[in-house]
Design a protein around this ligand. Structure first.
Ligand code: PLP
Length: 469
């Protein structure tokens, strides 16, 4: 399988080349040249597979530059009950007839980003070893992504992580999760500033091309195709867990920010998985809900980006969204470029045509938004009705899912984090602390390994330089 850019450059690339890269050279995102089609006989065969085997079957349709035995071993090492808590890896938690959560948040950092990041760690180690190269991952985090990256890369040969976070601004639990890692190859840098300062430093360092090349700087951001591909697997798994035969259809509701998670659902549906609806749930940062309701895509400035109690969905633009629009517009790269480059730079927004908007229904997408009050009410109602405590992001999903349920079609709401990660809002809603997995009791008291630094790109560069040899 080869890959091409969403912005019209027809140069085809292979999986392991784009694995270690970000954007395509023309500024677009990579997508496979076509979606492999899965027929009924294949679905029947896959239904009986354990999760790592299912992952191997799906990944091998997209990866032809890693030998099959190696890829199978990578999947088996990644998706274990030791790391994800159960042999099902993403088990369903039924709430009511036709309504269930699909648990994606039982990995090391209690959020769904582990599902993809753990695979990325294995793939990076494998490919770097094969090439005899090393990679230094530089990133900025306000919580979830940075910790998922560190837990995926810790102890991996050939990879170092330099993760910037705003000093004193993450929750004590999040700080403890990251800073308690004692691995030699993980470097936590607490920057005296806010998240935007951290991001500006990452940009400044990445824009210094000579430094970037000499120090082999890379990233693990959400536009990475391998991350998206890893996420396709659990849509198939959820479908098999929720149904008895391939005649049945299911819908998924996905708490969304950067459109990475739900874009994987789109890919699964394009492959032929019988998905009825893909429900996009946002919080007050409703860039995506606005698009699906009106056909207008309008990224927000930082002044218009709300800080909410589902913070991992606080985005100003949806960085994976271009992939879906590419498919919606008949894979017309020139048109995608006219919208995402020309129109956004000129007007800060674009609007698709009425005919293009009408075509959205054929892809199963619908949407809705949730607020802080909705979140609190949903967390309370879910505990009262079903005896289950959900986190704030999952609550946004459950709230929006209610509006789109249909008789006879199970609705699976993706549980994207455990409530222990967002304890303050759970206490606000329920007046009690959420349960915490036993192995994470008392992590706030562990010794911390973190370097405090002013918001200064040069000092970060000096630190990296001193630690990469
Ligand atoms: C990242 C994240 C999301 C949003 O996922 P996208 O792929 O960016 O749409 C939702 N919930 C949680 C808990 C997250 O960490």
């Amino acid at each position: 399988m080869n890959y091409l850019s969403t912005r019209g450059d027809k140069t085809e690339r292979r999986f392991c080349d784009i694995l270690l890269e970000g954007l395509a050279p023309d500024g677009g995102l990579y997508l496979p040249v076509r979606y492999p089609q899965v027929d009924a006989a294949t679905l029947t065969r896959w239904r009986g597979l354990a999760y790592p085997e299912l992952a191997f079957e799906i990944l091998s349709l997209y990866i032809d530059d890693i030998p099959a035995e190696d890829l199978r071993a990578i999947c088996a090492r990644t998706y274990t009950a030791e790391v994800f808590g159960t042999p099902e890896i993403t088990p369903l938690k039924p709430l009511a007839p036709g309504l269930a959560l699909q648990a994606l948040s039982n990995g090391p950092t209690l959020a769904f980003k582990d599902m993809a990041m753990q695979l990325l760690g294995q793939l990076f180690e494998y490919e770097l070893q094969r090439r005899g190269e090393t990679l230094n991952i530089l990133g900025a985090t306000s919580g979830d992504t940075g910790s998922a990256a560190e837990y995926a890369m810790r102890g991996k040969a050939g990879v170092r992580v330099f993760m910037l976070s705003p000093h004193g601004r993450m929750s004590p639990f999040q700080q403890a999760q990251m800073f308690s890692l004692q691995d030699e190859n993980i470097h936590n840098i607490a920057v005296e500033g806010v998240f935007d300062d951290c991001q500006d430093i990452v940009k400044a360092v990445s824009n210094d091309l000579a430094f970037k090349r000499e120090h082999k700087i890379g990233t693990v951001n959400s536009i990475n195709w391998a991350r998206l591909l890893a996420q396709v697997v659990y849509y198939f798994a959820g479908y098999f867990y929720a149904t008895k035969s391939n005649e049945e259809r299911v819908s998924f509701c996905v708490p969304s920010g950067n459109f990475g998670n739900v874009c994987a659902g789109h890919v699964a549906r394009m492959m032929g998985l019988p998905i009825e609806r893909l429900v996009v749930a946002t919080n007050e940062n409703d860039v995506l809900d606005e698009f699906f309701r009106t056909g207008v895509y309008r990224p927000r400035g930082s002044a218009e980006t709300h800080e909410t109690s589902s913070p991992s969905m606080d985005i100003s633009k949806a960085s994976n969204f271009e992939r879906f629009v590419f498919d919606l517009l008949g894979r017309d790269g020139a048109r995608v470029k006219a919208l995402f480059k020309d129109a956004l730079e000129r007007d800060g927004r674009f609007e698709i045509s009425a005919a293009e908007k009408a075509a959205i229904a054929g892809y199963g997408f619908v949407s809705g938004a949730s607020s802080h009050a909705d979140r609190l009410a949903t967390i309370r109602a879910t505990q009262q009705q079903y005896g289950v405590i959900v986190d704030t992001h999952t609550a946004d999903g459950l709230k929006v899912a209610q509006d789109w349920r249909q008789d006879g079609i199970p609705m699976l709401v993706l549980e994207t984090a455990l409530p222990a990660k967002f304890a303050a809002t759970i206490v606000e809603a329920l007046g009690e602390e959420p349960p915490r997995p036993a192995h994470l009791q008392g992590i706030e008291a562990l010794p911390k390994r973190v370097q405090l630094m002013p918001a200064d790109a040069q000092q970060v560069k000096d630190y990296i330089h001193a630690h990469v040899r």
